[in-house]
Structure formats: C-alpha cells, structure tokens
Design a protein around this ligand. Structure first.
Ligand code: C5P
Length: 227
C-alpha cells in the first residue's frame, strides 16, 4: 500500500451576515494549522479609514491602491495591520458594517482587494472567508463551503456578539442592518454573494459551532489526502 500524499489546500468559506463564517473559519484554520484570513475585516478596515478621514468617493480607488494590508500574529487568529496601524477595534458597529457594504460594492475597490487576497492565498494552507471567495477570489479552491443559517438564528448570534460591548444595540436595529446588508451583498452587480460551482452548503441553524467546524475539517482532510 502506497503512502498517501498530504498537501495543504485552500478552503473558501462564503455566507451571509452572521452565518458563523468567521468563528468557523478561525477554528477550522486552527485545527488544520492553516492561515486564517477574514476578507470582511479587510473591507471593513478600508471603509473605516475612508470614513474617519472623510475621503470623497472620487478618491476611494486611490486610497485602496495605496493601502498596505498585513496579517500578523497567530495563524488562526491574526490581526490586520492597515498602513502600519492595528485597526481591529472599532470595525463592527452597525454604521461601519453598513458603510463597508457600500464601499465593497464598488468594482474598482473589489478588483484591488481581490488581487491582494489572491496573493495572500497563493501558497495554499489557507482558510479564507468572505462573500466571493469560492466564486471570484479562489475559484480553484479545493474546498468551497457556503455557510447559511436562518434569519432568526443570525440575528440572535449578531445580538450576542455585539452586545458584549458596553453600548448594547437594540435587536430591531440589528435586524434592519442584517437585512439591508444581505440585500446589498446579494444583489450588487459585481461579485454578488452566491454559492460557488462545487460549493457545499452547510445550514448551521441547528448546529453548534464545533459541529460545523468538525464537518469542514473532515471535508478538508479528505481533500488534503486526495489532491
Ligand atoms: O463578513 P463581514 O460581515 O465582516 O463583511 C463586511 C462587509 O464586507 C460585507 O457586508 C460585504 O459587503 C463586504 N465583503 C465583501 N466581500 C468579501 C468580504 C466582505 O463584499 N469577500
């Protein structure tokens, strides 16, 4: 019997707001000893910079072109350094979330970030999460997951996530934000959120985070020893 060749693969995870992509992606990366990259943070960081510096939309493309994105620290829980500054805090308010999806709907911005993300993934051994990873960024990914959950479950998760902070956000406000962002992300003309060809859909409504991770890790290990 021959020894099976094990190679590091690319895992793409896409899904709507609060479907659990980031938590599942980070835990999957830890289990596989892979690099985790949450592309949502890259869009959020850029949008945050644009917002606090009050950059007009005519200069957004220029700002994205000049930006330097670096992931540092723990492979499965890295922090994003944008232009030399750790910007991980302040990125998750409903205002920044909503503004991010506006910035992310601009094709010129997407083109720049997609090319940076492809470079980050070129050596494999990566779990990348977002909206267009399986369809546009890494169409060659060996494993493509489309993670969903019911609207109620997603609202509940987002509520729990955000309300750990000092200024709780009312559930009605979160529902409006999720619906508005889902609508914009799924109907935009450039790279709308959709399941990739060969994508595997996992509905996490009735699953725990560990159950979701277990499923993805099993699928990834299978691909690692086959590809
Ligand atoms: O995943 P997260 O909710 O943090 O992403 C914030 C926003 O960034 C999304 O609502 C979406 O508009 C945008 N995004 C995107 N493509 C990605 C990742 C995020 O358009 N690959």
């Amino acid at each position: 019997m021959g020894v099976k060749k094990v190679s590091k693969i690319k895992v793409a995870i896409d899904g709507p707001v609060s479907s659990g992509k980031s938590s599942a992606g980070s835990k999957t990366a830890a289990a596989l000893n892979y690099q985790f990259i949450d592309t949502g943070i890259m869009y959020r960081a850029l949008a945050y910079k644009i917002k606090i510096q009050n950059i007009p939309s005519t200069k957004w493309k220029q700002t994205a072109e000049a930006a330097s994105f670096k992931w540092v620290g723990d492979l499965s829980k890295p922090s994003l350094i944008l232009d030399g500054t750790n910007v991980s805090r302040n990125l998750f308010s409903p205002e920044i979330s909503s503004f991010t999806s506006k910035v992310a709907s601009v094709p010129e911005i997407r083109k720049i970030l997609v090319s940076i993300q492809r470079k980050m993934a070129e050596d494999g051994g990566i779990v990348m999460v977002g909206r267009d990873i399986g369809t546009v960024v890494l169409p060659d990914a060996e494993l493509k997951i489309f993670l969903t959950a019911s609207l109620d479950a997603r609202i509940k998760r987002r509520y729990e996530e955000l309300n750990q902070s000092k200024t709780p956000i009312p559930i009605e406000k979160l529902k409006i934000e999720i619906l508005e962002r889902d609508k914009r992300d799924t109907t935009r003309s450039d790279s709308p959120l959709q399941i990739a060809e060969n994508g595997i859909e996992i509905d996490s409504t009735h699953l725990t985070l560990d159950e979701v991770v277990e499923m993805i890790v099993k699928l990834a290990k299978d691909k690692e020893s086959r590809d």
